[in-house]
Design a protein around this ligand. Structure first.
Ligand code: PCA
Length: 320
């Protein structure tokens, strides 16, 4: 009897020491980002021997993608993931990875993140958030229903958008921006609501877009990142060992995520081809037009962000 009581008391004590977080994301459970988050959660549960458990809530079920940053900041949920460039209104420097034609490969995406990270950490902390890790989507290409020869072909058509950068580019091309969450792209397409979109091959595969979009142009526009973060108070409330476990798992999840992104970039593009889509570059005159829009976008962005933009892009361009 005495032993039973002791066991119950110990169980109660360890139950008290156990912390549970929820982590909200707007992407599907099957997405490589979400699968990496699931690994991250399992790794923390393992290394803290169950002292911290993170339940992943995918697919906009807990909060919509656009609301996740605020929900974590106000403590409605402890942790979340969002696409970083969707935060530009609150944190302008978060848009640095969605400037067209700055980053052309994963190595440069990595250099950009290393320069961007200290500023992201600072701005997140100022809002009561702790940035944990970020993972890029594969390079962004241009999907179209019909063949295109120049920017003029987009006038009056409907372009799907997912952040302020895609909205601005649609506007520059004279297209109507249509905001469609990633998980609703397939439905919007089936309903005939889209003529084009800029996103990754992997997003095209996940939404099985080949029935409507016939062309995928590898314009390699940018490598936007998803960022995983936690409410700073929730993080600080953890015992030191659990805090360290979170940071260690975050570092590993970042590396795994980057490797997975690169793998998915290749396999998803092969899948689009196998499904009969025409995968190619755009004609060089159209490419030059796109580059001009990109430059215009960069000028607007640097002007709106100010000094912090320099602290990223001066070393990005001059300290290789
Ligand atoms: N997929 C997400 C963001 C970037 C990407 O490749 C989307 O299309 O919403």
């Amino acid at each position: 009897m005495k032993h039973l009581l002791l066991a119950l008391l110990l169980a109660a004590a360890s139950a008290q020491a156990e912390t549970k977080w929820q982590l909200a994301t707007g992407y599907r459970a099957e997405s490589f980002h979400t699968q990496n988050i699931a690994w991250f959660a399992a790794e923390i549960e393992r290394t803290t021997a169950g002292a911290l458990r993170i339940e992943v809530r995918p697919n906009n079920t807990l909060f919509k993608l656009a609301d996740i940053r605020e929900a974590v900041q106000t403590g409605q949920v402890q942790a979340g993931e969002t696409i970083m460039s969707s935060l530009v209104e609150a944190i302008p420097i978060a848009g640095a990875d969605a400037i067209p034609f700055v980053v052309g490969n994963y190595a440069d995406a990595r250099r950009l993140w290393d320069l961007q990270r200290p500023l992201i950490d600072k701005h997140f902390a100022a809002r009561g958030l702790k940035a944990l890790y970020a993972v890029p989507w594969p390079p962004q290409g241009l999907y179209t229903v019909a063949p295109v020869r120049s920017a003029a072909d987009f006038k009056g058509t409907r372009m799907r958008t997912y952040n302020q950068a895609t909205v601005r580019i649609a506007e520059m091309m004279g297209a109507t921006p249509v905001d469609v969450p990633m998980v609703d792209v397939r439905k919007a397409l089936a309903a005939g609501q889209l003529d084009s979109m800029i996103t990754s091959a992997v997003t095209g595969v996940e939404n099985q877009v080949w029935g409507q979009f016939r062309h995928y142009h590898e314009i390699n526009a940018w490598f936007p990142k998803n960022i995983v973060f936690v409410n700073l108070k929730a993080f600080d409330a953890l015992p030191p060992a659990a805090r360290q476990a979170v940071l260690t798992a975050a570092g590993e999840a970042e590396l795994r995520g980057w490797a997975k992104s690169q793998e998915e970039a290749d396999s998803a593009t092969r899948k689009l081809k196998a499904e009969g889509m025409q995968v190619d570059r755009v004609p060089s005159s159209f490419d030059a037009e796109l580059k001009r829009y990109g430059e215009r976008f960069s000028r607007e962005w640097v002007r709106s962000v100010g000094n912090e933009a320099n602290s990223i892009f001066v070393p990005y361009y001059f300290q290789r």
